[in-house]
Design a protein around this ligand. Structure first.
Ligand SMILES: Cc1cc2nc3c(=O)[nH]c(=O)nc-3n(C[C@H](O)[C@H](O)[C@H](O)COP(=O)(O)OP(=O)(O)OC[C@H]3O[C@@H](n4cnc5c(N)ncnc54)[C@H](O)[C@@H]3O)c2cc1C
Ligand code: FES
Ligand code: FES
Length: 482
């Protein structure tokens, strides 16, 4: 049995909790809250990150220790040892000491935002989380914040009305009361002692890239854990019980984004919400693909590097990254090498990582003068659904002709990939000369017909052609009409 062994200490409502080290390292935060701390307001619905019934807020001390940053988190997907040094707020945390409910809870009752009540704690936590960072959210921001919460009986209008009503309360009533938590988190940070002998531990959370790299060379079979949105699924649905887990979340250097002039260096532990913010101005289409990636709690934990390493054939960020010419910084021991993303995949869910090697950072180029980037994701549902197909294209249109075209897809091959035969149909042509028939021929020559759960081959092949035709047609439109 692989128990946690190292102490796991976190703050829950003015108290430091120390988890029993005999617990299995894959114990989820949800199970711990419900079964050990009896916080049964946090519910289990799907146990796969889709329904939001298990939503809690996880707080982390800012780097300067001045305040706590909160993120909504699906507690069903997170492993208990990752809470070490953090704080947690559950629906039970919200009631004031004088017995009064939090304004979000009051508004849910007053606006008839609840019926059977199973989804309600999760919805309350999502709205409360939103109101910690946005004081007067628009309906659209509220809808986005709730895109990871399912309600099967009330209907969403009264819930959104409740969120709007709650946002009108005084800011001091909305803000989480966390002064005592703040002091305790500072105490935990000061008391932090790295694991004495990581090599005997089933769960190791290094604090430097060097310690991580050294550990992986010695234990290449260890499971790397980043945002846990994939690993958490494997634990819950496939009953995976890795013997050794190495967690990237405490390596501060991996959580940094650096501006390197012509590109950004995005550390392996940077979450997708932060990548979304980073690319919003320069790559609005990429930002839109990421805004439709899972839901806010998925994006607040899932990492870009985790999406790449996971290597799903329908992984959403990869078409954008391939079209933009991303390079991966791979590290093994003390050695670092750069690899173009298009050389990373060697088959379905197979990649070029060598034993003991990991992705240290993703190098995302900035657009050069004259370059245009377009992307669009097609899925059955607008929110909280992975792609049927996503297509991304980068090009230059000069003197009326396309050049430097890079086109990439997911959903058409064993792994996300570029489409050189389709690029050849576009390069050197005017928009009017790009032919649908030639694109169809190139699709048929490039990909093997595969029907999938999310879409048939016929539909995907049609999308592959039509998304390109849409980008080509829009290439000559003024910016305001696109
Ligand atoms: C509800 C839900 C919705 C989702 N929606 C989408 C979606 O819309 N689009 C989409 O593409 N995906 C989606 N996913 C899949 C998943 O969220 C993404 O693949 C995510 O980016 C994985 O990142 P992570 O940090 O959570 O990875 P983890 O779960 O921590 O790890 C995933 C894999 O990558 C490996 N790994 C992690 N970091 C590194 C590294 N630095 N170097 C080498 N290997 C590493 C791990 O060992 C593991 O094998 C969804 C998942 C859930 C549960
Ligand atoms: S139980 Fe459904 S998202 Fe966690
Ligand atoms: S109130 Fe019943 S599921 Fe939402």
């Amino acid at each position: 049995m692989t128990s946690i062994n190292n102490p796991v200490r976190f703050v829950l409502d003015d108290t430091i909790i120390e988890a029993d080290p005999a617990l299995h390292a894959t114990t989820t935060v949800l199970d711990y809250l419900r079964e050990h701390l009896h916080r049964s307001g946090t519910k289990e619905g799907c146990a796969e990150g889709d329904c939001g019934a298990c939503m809690v807020l996880v707080g982390e001390l800012k780097a300067d220790a001045s305040a706590i940053d909160y993120a909504p988190v699906n507690s069903c997907l997170q492993l208990l040892p990752t809470l070490d040094g953090k704080s947690v707020k559950t629906v039970e945390s919200l009631q004031h000491a004088n017995g009064r409910l939090h304004p979000v809870q009051e508004a849910m009752a007053a606006s008839h935002g609840t019926q059977c009540g199973f989804c309600t704690p999760g919805i309350v936590m999502s709205v409360t989380g939103l109101l910690q960072s946005v004081s007067r959210p628009t309906r659209s921001e509220i809808k986005d914040a709730l895109s990871g919460n399912l309600c099967r009986c009330t209907g969403y209008k009264p819930i959104i009305d409740a969120a709007v009503k709650a946002s009108e309360a005084a800011p001091e009533q909305l803000k989480l009361d966390d002064q005592a938590d703040l002091a305790l988190l500072r105490q935990l940070r000061q008391a932090h002692a790295p694991s004495a002998d990581p090599h005997g531990q089933p769960f190791f959370a290094p604090t430097s890239v060097e310690a991580l790299a050294d550990y992986l060379v010695r234990h290449p079979q260890a499971t790397l854990l980043a945002g846990s949105t994939e690993i958490g699924l494997q634990v819950n649905k496939q009953f995976a019980r890795p013997e050794q887990i190495v967690y990237l979340g405490k390596v501060a250097a991996l959580r940094q984004v650096e501006d390197k002039g012509a590109h950004w260096r995005i550390g392996a532990q940077v979450c997708l919400n932060d990548v979304l913010t980073l690319v919003t101005d320069d790559y609005p289409d990429f930002a839109e693909v990421l805004r439709r990636f899972g839901s806010p709690p998925i994006r607040s934990t899932a990492t870009l590097a985790g999406n790449i390493a996971n290597g799903s054939p329908i992984g959403d960020s990869m078409p954008c990254l391939l079209a933009l010419g991303v390079k991966l910084e791979l590290r093994c021991g003390e050695a670092t090498r750069m690899l173009a993303l298009e050389q990373f995949y060697t088959g379905q869910k197979k990649n070029a990582l060598q034993s003991g090697e990991f992705i240290a950072a993703v190098h995302l180029p900035k657009l050069a003068a004259g370059e245009v980037f377009r992307a669009h994701k097609v899925s059955k549902r607008f929110d909280q659904d992975i792609s049927a197909t996503c297509c991304a294209m980068r090009y230059i249109l000069q003197d009326g002709r396309f050049s430097e075209v890079r086109l990439a897809y997911n959903g058409l091959a064993p792994s996300p990939c570029r489409a050189p035969k389709l690029e050849a149909v576009i390069n050197g042509r005017t928009p009017e000369e790009v032919s649908a028939v030639e694109l169809d021929q190139a699709v048929a020559q490039s990909f093997t017909a595969r029907d999938g759960l999310r879409a048939s081959w016929t539909y995907r092949a049609l999308l592959a052609r039509n998304l390109v035709l849409q980008f080509v047609e829009e290439a000559t439109l003024p910016e305001t009409v696109k």
